[in-house]
Design a protein around this ligand. Structure first.
Ligand code: ADP
Ligand code: ZN
Length: 746
């Protein structure tokens, strides 16, 4: 590069702008490789933090501004990662700057007192970072000269520990700076300042465990994965294993194989705060070198984990959906546990699906991708059936433990929330020393209240939902916007004070169970009882150590917990989720029911399950009760074929919302007309459905309409949306969102 030629770089700005900007690099910075770092740049009258993508060779026709400052001494991202983020931006039709912002941990954006939107200056300097002094032995093998006994003891500890923080030495020896000074003078130890990582595990002691001897099915699955790892090429697998079949053990041994090859592992789980057990199993197997990323961490902790990963100090990263953006290099395997879970989908901002992106990143990294579930997505089963993934099955529970015996408890004509069949079974279970789980996917005391005089239901003024009565809190609450009034409240129409409580929630269930079984030790786990940090873990620990008999809860208790003492499971209102206005309602119901049923009988004593339902003929309930996912898959696939839903089509959803009803309606109508016109002009095969009110028509005071696009090919769908993006005129008062693949991708 000649010194006369100005250096120009591309910068992505995290604003709603679908383009990249060019800037000049000031003199003196020409030699640096700037890609993957943040820059502070002038933007109109503002100054913003942008992300440097790389150099450009052509000179743009217009005049350019200079960047103000490069904010990171080292790149935040590698070229490979930037390529992945570009793919994400392209696929989800989302500005690249927004994608990059989503990919960074919140802790990196610490505001400076200057008051601008300038973010923290670096990943190795700045106030987000804590430091400490660490001592290590300079010449570990050499015999020590004569030393005082304290200095000798200090030296021994340092030699043994490798890296010993000063604070640790103070804890063990009290004041020892004189000894340390002497040891340093003799050249036996050196002290360095290093960063301290806030360790989310600190204080947790984990016993080490060793790999289990695998069952034949587990071994066959592991062999297939290891063979693929040895080939160093992209290889997607679907691990379909019934609940308790030992999927996690397969993950652990597959990761061990990847580590032996000097590769790293990325593990995505639905909601890590709910699965402390899983993290503990990983720690027990692999010890250190594990980083955890999830929403329960403070910004500082998350930033620290991010930096540890970036510096190659973690070999295994476990995290919820955003961990798909973790700065892990040398990925050999990506595991998505419970791949069917809806929580892999981000519902606002960049609406990505981490399960889908695992396949994309895995392809780019030439890694093995292992999607595991007891109830895989219909689309995953279909992909496996058509050779797009390799299917691995674990059809039996570990050690040939039987699947639980499931009985239907018909609820026709039953007035109570709990079937009369359940209390005697609970009593027998507790008398025999067993534990029970009672599942109901509604929290609160009563899920709606109606006026006994005029029949008006109590609804939220901001959302189209009824208020839920929470007895302990003494409030009737909207679960979407947190609007709350003193409970139970008065009828908004006639002022009557008598409201009838309908629809039981978990709080009511807990209350009824306490009356039925006064001796039982009952816990409740739902988002009302798990607000505080570590509260999930405390509740789960009380089940694990046997200091509780019955756990009542929402879908939080359905996820992968392994309580060997649980021999009885009760499912209250099994069909609750069938009423959802979503073509996947049956699939979701089947998955949830199967998962809950699968919590029973995971130890030595076989499990028993009661499923309370009004409509037990529905195929989602019928096949879950029979543990028959194959039959469910066949029937659901037929329905999808007839209705033209995925996997037989590709979907996108355009959403429009605003605080005034009429403008939203008019805008959505205009958008449909534009889409129709573009479709005709370009001859695209896309079905345009709507606009229709969104499933929750009013939410937090906004009226919401949506247009659903359905196409036989992804290409036609994409071309229509891109054309629409270029041709539409946004209305200022209306918020828009694009949801590409509101369902999972294949
Ligand atoms: P899943 O993830 O399929 O629900 P897990 O991996 O949690 O199943 O396994 C269930 C239980 O069986 C765990 O306690 C696990 O430690 C144990 N387990 C798994 N594989 C084996 C094996 N091959 N031999 C003995 N126990 C096993
Ligand atoms: Zn509300």
């Amino acid at each position: 590069m000649s010194t006369h030629q100005p250096r120009i770089i591309e910068v992505a700005i995290p604003l709603h702008l679908d383009r990249i900007f060019h800037y000049l690099v000031p003199r003196g910075m020409e030699q640096q490789d700037l890609a993957g770092r943040r820059a502070f740049v002038p933007f109109g009258r503002r100054r913003l933090t942008g992300y440097i993508l790389g150099d450009v060779t052509e000179t743009p026709p217009h005049e350019l501004k200079e960047i103000i400052e490069v904010l990171d001494p080292d790149p935040l991202w590698t070229d490979n990662e930037l390529e992945f983020f570009r793919w994400v931006a392209y696929y989800y039709l989302h500005p690249l700057g927004g994608v990059l912002k989503t990919a960074l941990p919140a802790g990196i954006n610490i505001q400076t007192p200057k008051g601008s939107d300038r973010t923290d200056t670096s990943i190795s300097g700045g106030k987000a970072i804590k430091t400490e002094i660490v001592f290590h032995a300079a010449a570990p093998g050499e015999p020590a000269p004569h030393l005082g006994s304290k200095a000798a003891a200090v030296l021994e500890v340092i030699r043994e520990g490798g890296d010993v923080p000063a604070a640790e030495l103070r804890r063990r020896f009290g004041h020892c700076s004189a000894q340390l000074k002497r040891l340093a003078e003799l050249g036996l130890v050196t002290g360095d300042t290093r960063e301290v990582y806030r360790n989310p595990f600190s204080g947790i002691v984990v016993e080490r465990d060793v790999p289990r001897i695998l069952s034949l099915h587990q071994q066959a699955a592991l062999d297939a994965v290891c063979t693929a790892l040895d080939r160093h090429a992209f290889a997607p697998f679907l691990l379909h294993g019934v609940t308790g079949s030992g999927k996690t053990e397969v993950y652990l041994q597959a990761i061990a194989h990847a580590l032996e090859q000097d590769k790293n592992a990325l593990v995505l789980v639905p909601e890590i705060a709910l699965t402390p057990q899983l993290v503990r199993r990983f720690r027990a197997r692999f010890g250190h070198g594990i980083a955890v990323l999830h929403s329960g961490l403070s910004d500082g902790e998350r930033y620290d984990e991010w930096r540890r990963i970036r510096r190659g100090q973690a070999r295994i990263v476990i995290g919820a959906r955003s961990a798909i953006f973790a700065p892990l290099t040398g990925i050999g395997i990506i595991i998505v546990d419970e791949e069917h879970e809806a929580s892999f989908k981000q519902a606002d901002g960049l609406r990505y699906n981490a399960r889908d992106l695992a396949l994309v990143r895995g392809r780019m990294e030439r890694a093995v991708v292992l999607l595991g579930s007891a109830t895989p997505l219909i689309t995953s089963m279909y992909a496996a059936e058509h050779g797009k993934m390799v299917l691995l099955t674990l059809p039996e529970r570990v050690e040939k433990r039987p699947m639980p015996a499931v009985e239907l408890a018909p609820m026709k004509g039953v007035a109570t929330a709990i079937s009369p069949l359940l209390p005697p079974a609970l009593e027998a279970t507790l008398a025999g020393g067993g534990q029970a789980i009672i599942f109901l996917n509604r929290r609160g005391f009563a899920t709606y209240l109606v006026c006994t005089e005029c029949g008006t239901p109590l609804t939220c003024p901001n959302c189209s939902v009824s208020l839920t009565y929470h007895r302990q809190r003494g409030q009737s609450v909207c679960h979407y916007c947190d609007y709350a009034i003193p409970a139970p409240g008065t009828c908004p129409t006639c002022g009557c004070q008598e409201l009838k409580e309908l629809g039981a929630g978990t709080e009511r269930l807990e209350h009824d169970l306490r009356e039925l079984l006064p001796q039982a030790r009952i816990l409740r786990m739902d988002s009302d009882t798990t607000g505080g940090k570590g509260s999930h873990e405390r509740l789960l620990a009380r089940m694990s150590d046997g200091s509780a008999d019955i756990l009542v809860g929402t879908q939080m208790i359905a996820k992968g917990h392994d309580f060997p003492g649980v021999t009885l499971v009760g499912v209250v209102n099994a069909e609750a989720s069938l009423g959802m206005p979503d073509f996947r309602a049956a699939e979701r119901t089947f998955q949830l029911l199967s998962q809950v049923i699968g919590r029973a009988g995971r130890g030595d004593v076989p499990g028993r399950v009661f499923v309370q339902a009004l409509n037990s003929d529905h195929y989602a309930i019928k096949y879950a009760v029979r543990h028959d996912s194959e039959a469910f898959y066949r029937q659901e696939l037929e329905f999808r074929r007839e209705a033209g839903y995925p996997p037989f089509s590709f979907l996108a959803c355009l959403g429009f919302s605003g605080t005034a009803e009429k403008p939203v309606e008019e805008h959505a109508d205009a958008m449909v007309r534009l889409l129709m016109q573009l479709k005709r002009e370009k001859g695209l095969r896309v079905e345009i459905l709507g606009p229709a009110p969104a499933p929750l028509y009013r939410l937090r005071g906004r009226f919401r309409r949506q247009i659903l696009l359905k196409a036989p090919t992804r290409n036609d769908l994409r071309r229509l949306i891109v054309a629409w993006q270029h041709n539409r005129k946004p209305a200022s008062a209306i918020r828009e969102n694009i949801d590409i693949d509101p369902v999972d991708m294949m």
